[in-house]
Design a protein around this ligand. Structure first.
Ligand SMILES: NC(=O)c1ccc[n+]([C@@H]2O[C@H](COP(=O)([O-])OP(=O)(O)OC[C@H]3O[C@@H](n4cnc5c(N)ncnc54)[C@H](OP(=O)(O)O)[C@@H]3O)[C@@H](O)[C@H]2O)c1
Length: 287
């Protein structure tokens, strides 16, 4: 199939581009133009220029493809996100939209749970609805790790800065994160492109609920620090460093099941867990 990937230079998008190319698909990367620079993207057969904030550029880029994988970072403008989804859907291509587990809010949930998005991702409820109603597919990844990148790399950097592992906490019970290895997630995107039902919601989660003290402690080991234990970082304090909306998101405690996704697509996440990957894998020695 010919597949347009938005965000093909990003953390998730680059892994998905590589996996789709390995599966024999013709990947067309959509990237933002940079003055005086011709951009190339590993794994992509072709590069087209466009911007999520410019619906006409999306319609033009997606006019002759079978599938669009939208893995571009949010623009921060909810109306623009919905307009972008409409532009992509108007071409008749099948849209695979990258949402995220933060639309589910705190606590335990599965694929059919009602949405309770935190403010940072409130716009996604409308985008998810538009995509599903038009026969597209929604993928909600957990916290992505592996290849030395993603939010765990930020935790390792913060551990190095403070000499100790720390996790953002709003107080009370220690939060847990649903997580997924980037290579397992790339497998899921390929399965979604090739065989997901129209309107499907898929959870890209390998481990349902990993205690944050364990993640933060492993992040400290990734940063070369010894067994100093992890420390809760009050969300109000973290907000000053990371911004209030992102700090709130990092403090969110969730347990998210992907049982239906695994069964529907025969998806078998099998890479090392986030704690092992941080402590002994791709994060060792920094990125
Ligand atoms: N990482 C996670 O743990 C995680 C978990 C759940 C959901 N998600 C969601 O998955 C998506 C991708 O995340 P990521 O971690 O891969 O992000 P990322 O590494 O920051 O990559 C962002 C990509 O989006 C592109 N981009 C940014 N603004 C754009 C615009 N206005 N128009 C077109 N392209 C644009 C960037 O391209 P340039 O090269 O032009 O900058 C880059 O390729 C995001 O929606 C994110 O919220 C991520």
């Amino acid at each position: 199939m010919r597949i347009l990937v938005l965000g093909a230079t990003g953390y998730i998008g680059s892994a998905v581009t590589g996996r789709l190319a390995e599966h024999g698909h013709e990947v067309v990367a959509l990237v933002r133009p940079r003055a005086g620079e011709a951009r190339s993207v590993p794994g992509a057969a072709e590069v087209r220029y466009g911007d999520v904030a410019d619906p006409a550029s999306l319609r033009a880029a997606a006019g002759d493809v079978d599938v669009v994988v939208h893995a571009a970072a949010p623009t921060g403008d909810g109306a623009a996100e919905s307009a972008a989804a409409d532009a992509l859907l108007s071409t008749g291509a099948r849209v695979v939209y990258t949402s995220g587990i933060w639309v589910l809010g705190a606590g335990a949930s599965a694929e059919d749970a009602p949405l309770a998005p935190i403010p940072l991702v409130a716009f996604r409820a409308d985008v998810e609805r538009r995509v599903r109603e038009a026969g597209g597919v929604v993928i909600r990844p957990g916290i992505v790790y592996g290849r030395g990148g993603g939010i765990p790399a930020l935790l390792a950097a913060k551990a190095a800065e403070h000499g100790r592992g720390r996790y953002v906490s709003a107080g009370g019970q220690e939060p847990t994160w649903p997580t997924v290895h980037i290579d397992d997630l790339a497998d899921l995107f390929a399965l979604a492109v090739e065989k997901a039902d129209a309107g499907a919601v898929l959870h890209g989660v390998g481990e349902e609920a990993v205690p944050l003290s364990a993640v933060a402690e492993a992040a400290a080991r990734a940063a070369g620090l010894g067994g100093t234990g992890a420390q809760a970082w009050p969300v109000e304090e973290a907000a000053g460093d990371l911004g209030p909306a992102f700090a709130e998101a990092l403090a969110l405690g969730q347990a998210v099941s992907a049982a239906r996704t695994r069964e529907a697509l025969g998806w078998h996440p099998h890479r090392p867990g986030v704690v092992a990957e941080l402590a002994e894998g791709s994060y060792r020695g920094g990125r």
